[in-house]
Every structure is written in C-alpha cells, then in structure tokens.
Design a protein around this ligand. Structure first.
Ligand code: ZN
Ligand code: ZN
Length: 242
C-alpha cells in the first residue's frame, strides 16, 4: 500500500519512533534502541489490568473478554498521543499488528464474526481528520479475516471528556450519556470484536459492549492497543485520558 503519494509524505513528514519520538531514517515504527512493553499474556482477560492488580472482583469484568497489546505507560503513552493528536495515522498498521497477534494469542483464530469500534465524536473527527479506533478496526479486520462493520455504535456528543470524570461512578455515568446505538443497528448473535485505543477504567468499553448486546450481539470481546497496568487511582495520578 506504500503508494508514491505515501512515500512523498514520508519525506515531508518523516516517521518517528513510536516510543521515543526520534526521527527514523526510512519507514518504520521503532528505533533500534526502544523495546516495546508488551503485556504478553500478563493482563487479566476480565478487566485488562495486570494479573496481580486484577479489579474483576471490585468492578466485574468489562465484557466477555479483554485483550490488550501494550502497557499504557511511558513511551507508549506518548506514542498513542502522537497517533491521536499529531496526525501520525501511519502508526495504525503497527499497533493493529500488535493487537492482532495478542488477539490470536488470547482468543485463538476465527473467534469473531465482525469487528467494530468505539466511535469518536463528530467534532473530534473533523478536528483530527481520522478516527483512530476505526483505523485500527479496519487494519485488524484485514489481519483477522473478519469484516469491519460501522453503523452500530454512535457518539451522542453528550457528556464531557472521559478523562475529566472523577471516580468510577462518574465515568460510568458519563459513558452512559456519551454512547448510544445507531438507528437500525441490529445483530443476530454475532461474536463481536470491539476495538478501542486505550483501556483505563473500562467504563467506555462496558457501555459499548452492553449496547452491542442490546442490538443482538451474542458475544462482545474487547481489544485495545494499550491498557493501564493498575486500576483507576494510579491512572488519575498519571493524568491518563480514558
Ligand atoms: Zn525509540
Ligand atoms: Zn481482572
């Protein structure tokens, strides 16, 4: 897919290491010195937190299964920020490849009938020019051989930014306001893979999974590029986003 246009873009906007931001000589995503903090099966399949920090007992599982590729800390936090806010959409195939590998490891092959994503609010979409979760979902769809399907979940534009909500209850309430089903969204027992970029408290994913079930999904599992290793307290102290 590296068209002439894309190669020209690479010259104008050189690729940077996903983790440290160093400019890379050609195309690519990592410099020679950075190592990726992959979760490698150490994240809880219920809540997505580190196994020794599992919060399933306190908050219940997020959905029917969680798969997270990376720990959301240090360079990953900055890399995902660049992906979302600096127009570095070329990180999508890189992140999706890591996610697909983890999804296969966690759920096996052929575990899904369709792939969908947590939608972005229209205004943010216009400002950013792309929806980071949709890009990941389309890349994952290709890699996992399950069709990508939009038009299921909608962002209502109501409520504030998830990152600014204090406490689990506020986040749950805000997520309830922020997401709804698209008109006519109907499923017939499909096994759905829901895609988001970052998992913190799980309020967003929990709400979206609940809506997809309401629309008729048989099973909803979540894949994220990165998850905070621990629950909310740590996350708030680090100024996390969602
Ligand atoms: Zn680097
Ligand atoms: Zn857990």
């Amino acid at each position: 897919m590296a068209s002439l246009w894309e190669r020209a873009l690479t010259l104008l906007f050189p690729h940077k290491c996903f983790l440290c931001g160093r400019v890379l000589a050609g195309e690519g995503w990592l410099c020679g010195e950075c190592g990726l903090p992959e979760t490698a099966g150490e994240a809880c399949p219920g809540c997505g937190k580190r196994l020794d920090r599992c919060v399933c007992e306190a908050s219940g599982p997020v959905c029917d299964g969680v798969s997270a590729a990376l720990w959301y800390e240090g360079g990953v936090r900055r890399g995902i920020h660049r992906y979302k806010y600096s127009g570095r959409s070329y990180y999508a195939p890189f992140l999706a490849a890591l996610m697909a590998k983890r999804v296969r490891g966690d759920f096996g092959d052929g575990a899904f009938d369709l792939v969908t994503w947590v939608p972005l609010h229209r205004k943010k979409f216009r400002r950013r020019g792309f929806c980071q979760t949709e890009l990941l979902a389309r890349e994952l769809s290709r890699r996992l051989g399950a069709p990508a399907k939009g038009g299921l979940l909608a962002h209502t534009g109501k409520g504030g930014a998830q990152a600014r909500q204090e406490g689990a209850a506020a986040r749950e309430h805000n997520a309830r306001e922020a997401f709804s089903l698209c008109r006519g969204a109907a499923l017939k027992g499909e096994r759905v893979l829901l895609v988001d970029d970052v998992l913190t408290t799980g309020a967003t994913a929990r709400r979206c999974a609940e809506l997809l079930k309401k629309a008729g999904a048989g099973e909803v599992r979540l894949t994220v590029a990165a998850t905070t290793p621990a629950g909310q307290r740590k996350m708030a102290a680090n100024g996390g986003r969602r």
